[in-house]
Design a binder for this molecule. Structure first.
Ligand SMILES: CC(C)(COP(=O)(O)OP(=O)(O)OC[C@H]1O[C@@H](n2cnc3c(N)ncnc32)[C@H](O)[C@@H]1OP(=O)(O)O)[C@@H](O)C(=O)NCCC(=O)NCCS
Length: 158
């Protein structure tokens, strides 16, 4: 598995693969649907995993400023889950943050807190992230009955 897996920054030719991966999970509300135009505009935020030359996973990092970042649009293709691909993408993202910044806080709102816990994230109150709540949550159909858990990893803690 490991020798056939590559994790790299996304480029424009990955837009369609990322779009299709996100759509697989957007219908059930696990991730937010994103248009091809939106993915294309923010392509530099995306990391992708390639297995046997095909994009099989993606994750994006959104910068809220003030050293606060969010990992979002994180998915691995069905059938290839549980093989370390999600972890490999998160490790590359964390290693790039360590290389590029002096300090950072990386959070996620997720239905899969155990995945994030296995990478050193800890559960925190959602109210710590008003930036997220005002930008995305206020538009979400589940805003009054949100079942997502907030998890946080801080530089120096991994
Ligand atoms: C969640 C997801 C991105 C994880 O990626 P993955 O490649 O399947 O996970 P990995 O194989 O890298 O697993 C890393 C660790 O997390 C754990 N883990 C992964 N998914 C888990 C889950 N759903 N529940 C509990 N633990 C999980 C694994 O057991 C592993 O820990 P271990 O090595 O101690 O056993 C992937 O399963 C996925 O795309 N799920 C559907 C979409 C989704 O839920 N996206 C997250 C939105 S925030």
């Amino acid at each position: 598995m490991k020798e056939l897996l590559t994790v790299r920054k996304a480029v424009t030719r990955d837009v369609e693969s990322i779009f299709c991966l996100l759509e697989l999970y957007a219908h059930s509300g696990i991730v937010l649907s994103r248009s091809r135009e939106d993915i294309s505009f923010f392509i530099s935020n995306f990391t992708v995993a390639e297995y046997e030359g095909k994009v099989c996973g993606c994750a994006a990092v959104r910068d809220f400023g003030n050293d606060l970042l969010e990992v979002r649009s994180l998915v691995v293709m069905p059938g290839l889950q549980g093989k370390g691909i999600g972890r490999a993408m998160l490790r590359v993202i964390i290693s790039n943050l360590n290389a590029d910044r002096n300090g950072w806080r990386l959070f996620a709102l997720t239905l899969r807190p155990d995945f994030f816990r296995s990478l050193g994230f800890r559960e925190v109150p959602k109210s710590l992230f008003p930036e997220k709540i005002w930008s995305d949550c206020s538009k979400c159909a589940k805003r009054s009955c949100c079942d997502e858990i907030a998890v946080l990893l801080e530089s120096g803690g991994n």
